[in-house]
Design a binder for this molecule. Structure first.
Ligand SMILES: Cc1cc2nc3c(=O)[nH]c(=O)nc-3n(C[C@H](O)[C@H](O)[C@H](O)COP(=O)(O)OP(=O)(O)OC[C@H]3O[C@@H](n4cnc5c(N)ncnc54)[C@H](O)[C@@H]3O)c2cc1C
Length: 602
């Protein structure tokens, strides 16, 4: 049965989403050619087996097909014992000379200045207010932005444009490190106010059409920038092991994402409430099985996709060698496959239409990532919109990851992000595991600790339910949660079920991961296992991991200074922490300067 266009009765073009041909974008980028190098995909029969499993109508049916596929060799065979016996290079995460030996002295001094400044409590506390204030006076605005550009921005960002990032990306490549390109525009959270939520909902869940923001042009623009980034990564920086990433809030109205999260929570039967009974998105609303069901109910494969999946399996076998044909794209608009009928009761027609436009934008970006074989990480954001993000990420994985089953260099194209500081992070990880196992694809997960701790706690307090804060009560609980996720994911990578990217500066977690991998040199080099640190933070960890034979990359944000300010302010806050990576980085800069016989009074 096909549900083509049943849900909306419109094509994406008639929805007015104007993403695509990205060449006309305001973003300065190098010329985009079409010379993408392609990598291998699995044999056609394997793809068909995977699709057959995906189409099995029940989970048990799918599992049956999956296990028979396994028996007939659907998954690549494990490497022989001999290939794993190479001696593993030693791990040294604190080698100052190897990390900073070639860094110009002026850069070391700037970094030292930036991190020392971030230690000033008063500055970190008042930085957002001070910055807003300076932006009101033209002369002050320009000088402040110039100062930020040559200090904090230079330390934490790759540049204002992709071209400006090139030098750094190339330098990383020369040292065996990959790059995650991040256009750092972020969505703004609406003021958090439980009473407003109650009013907004009124007698039901429907908003008036007039409540829908007309600001769609900005979201289309963001999608275009993301597509340009993918094209640049796939063409200009193909040889640099580049990855891309996106924030769903850059493509959608924040309040709409909250409404999707609420609708899903109601659907799961788990929407939590404040003390006065107002429904609110707090701890306890998420349900893994519910999310899998919601995604499975919303997406339908059709014959063209079976053909498509079969057609990609033409690559040179197992070597990861380049092939000279385009990887097949899904031939249809995502709207031919998605039905939002499960939201009918909870969202107004206008909201459903708005959400359909978000899915079109997101799919346009992810399809580009698939075409250029540039892995795409979907960032995790605030808790109140995270369930909507998980829904979108699950849909994108279902639609795009299935063609990469046997691609050695790109084992997964779409990655979602799991924040271990969330008490329900195991449930979110489980949702991806179940979805992938049911529909036979390799899921991708970036695991982080989480960056919105203070605002989440404030939000729970504002709702009068600090007891339902979604964040772990202590940092030790967060560490334990991260390490548990880490070991579960490494098992999944080893079994060929998942691709994982561990984004952390935590030395203990990194050492634990290295221990779990042990001397398995194939796993160390496996593209399904990566580590990442932020630009300007924890360089000794990134380079130490690469020297030990692992795949590691740097997260390289770019954008105009004013656009990346929210990101810079978060970095300032994070580097203020005495427990974070800043004190270690500072001691490394000082050690390297001393090694050069320089004394810096900072
Ligand atoms: C490549 C990359 C991508 C990232 N992408 C995202 C993303 O998509 N979404 C996102 O949210 N973050 C993201 N982050 C940021 C990340 O979540 C952390 O803020 C940052 O990396 C610091 O965590 P850490 O693992 O390095 O650990 P550490 O520095 O060891 O620990 C600090 C973290 O522990 C947690 N924590 C601190 N105090 C407490 C407490 N009292 N109780 C409970 N928990 C506590 C917080 O999460 C804090 O960030 C990313 C980081 C990197 C390196």
């Amino acid at each position: 049965m096909s549900m083509r266009q049943r849900s909306f009765g419109v094509q994406s073009r008639s929805l007015g989403v104007t993403v695509g041909p990205a060449s006309s974008l305001p973003l300065e980028s190098e010329e985009s050619g079409s010379g993408t190098s392609k990598r291998s995909s699995g044999p056609a029969t394997e793809e068909r087996a995977a699709v057959a499993a995906a189409l099995a109508s029940s989970a048990s049916e799918a599992n049956e097909v999956a296990s028979s596929a396994k028996i007939s060799g659907l998954l690549p065979p494990p490497p022989s014992a001999e290939t794993r016996l190479e001696s593993a290079p030693p791990l040294n995460l604190f080698d100052v000379e190897a990390t900073y030996g070639t860094t110009p002295t002026r850069d070391l001094i700037r970094s030292l200045f930036v991190l020392r400044t971030a230690q000033m409590g008063w500055l970190v506390r008042y930085a957002p207010t001070l910055y807003r204030w300076t932006q009101r006076v033209p002369l002050l605005r320009e000088s402040t932005n110039l100062f930020i550009k040559y200090t904090f921005f230079r330390h934490f960002c790759g540049g204002e444009t992709l071209s400006e990032c090139r030098e750094y990306v190339e330098k990383l490549r020369a040292r065996g490190v990959g790059s995650i390109l991040d256009y750092s525009a972020e969505g703004e959270a609406a003021p958090m106010n439980a009473a407003a939520v109650g009013r907004r909902r009124g007698d039901g869940l429907l908003l008036e059409e007039s409540d829908i923001s007309p600001d769609e042009v900005r979201y289309d623009g963001a999608a275009n920038v993301l597509m340009t980034t993918v094209q640049w990564a796939g063409n200009e920086a193909r040889h640099c092991d580049t990855i891309s990433c996106l924030k769903v809030s850059a493509l959608a109205r924040f309040e709409l994402l909250e409404r999707i999260s609420e609708a899903l929570a109601i659907r799961f039967g788990n929407l939590t409430t404040t003390h006065d009974g107002t429904p609110f998105l707090l701890l306890g609303h998420f349900d893994a099985n519910g999310l899998v069901r919601a995604i499975a109910d919303s997406y339908e494969f059709d014959e063209s996709e079976i053909g498509m999946a079969g057609a990609v399996g033409m690559a040179a076998s197992g070597s990861g060698a380049a092939v000279d044909h385009e990887p097949k794209q899904p031939s249809d608009s995502i709207l031919d496959h998605v039905s939002l009928h499960l939201f009918n009761e909870y969202l107004s027609p206008a909201e459903r239409l708005e959400f359909a436009r978000v899915l079109c934008r997101l799919d346009a970006v992810c399809s580009e990532a698939r075409r250029y074989r540039v892995p795409m990480l979907i960032d995790a954001e605030q808790y109140s919109i995270q369930t909507a993000i998980d829904f979108c990420a699950g849909l994108m994985m279902l639609r795009h990851n299935r063609s990469f089953e046997s691609d050695q260099e790109t084992p997964a194209i779409m990655y979602s992000t799991v924040q271990s500081y969330l008490k329900d992070s195991p449930e979110r990880l489980k949702a991806y595991r179940e979805l992938a196992s049911r529909f036979r694809f390799r899921y991708g997960v970036k695991q982080v600790r989480g960056a919105y701790m203070a605002s989440e706690r404030r939000r729970a307090a504002a709702a009068g339910r600090p007891d339902l804060s979604p964040i772990h009560d202590t940092i030790e609980d967060t560490h334990a949660s991260y390490n548990a996720g880490l070991s579960a994911l490494i098992d999944e990578v080893r079994a060929g079920h998942a691709a994982a990217l561990f984004a952390t500066h935590n030395v203990e977690s990194l050492q634990r991961a290295v221990e779990l991998v042990g001397s398995d040199s194939l796993l160390r080099r496996n593209a399904a296992l990566r580590f990442a640190q932020l630009y300007g933070m924890g360089d000794s960890l990134t380079f130490g991991l690469v020297r030990a034979g692992f795949r590691a990359c740097k997260y390289v944000p770019f954008g105009r200074v004013d656009e990346v300010m929210p990101y810079l302010l978060r970095r300032l806050e994070e580097n203020h922490s005495a427990l974070g990576t800043a004190p270690r980085d500072i001691s490394h800069f000082l050690a390297e300067l001393r090694r050069r016989d320089l004394r810096v009074p900072l």
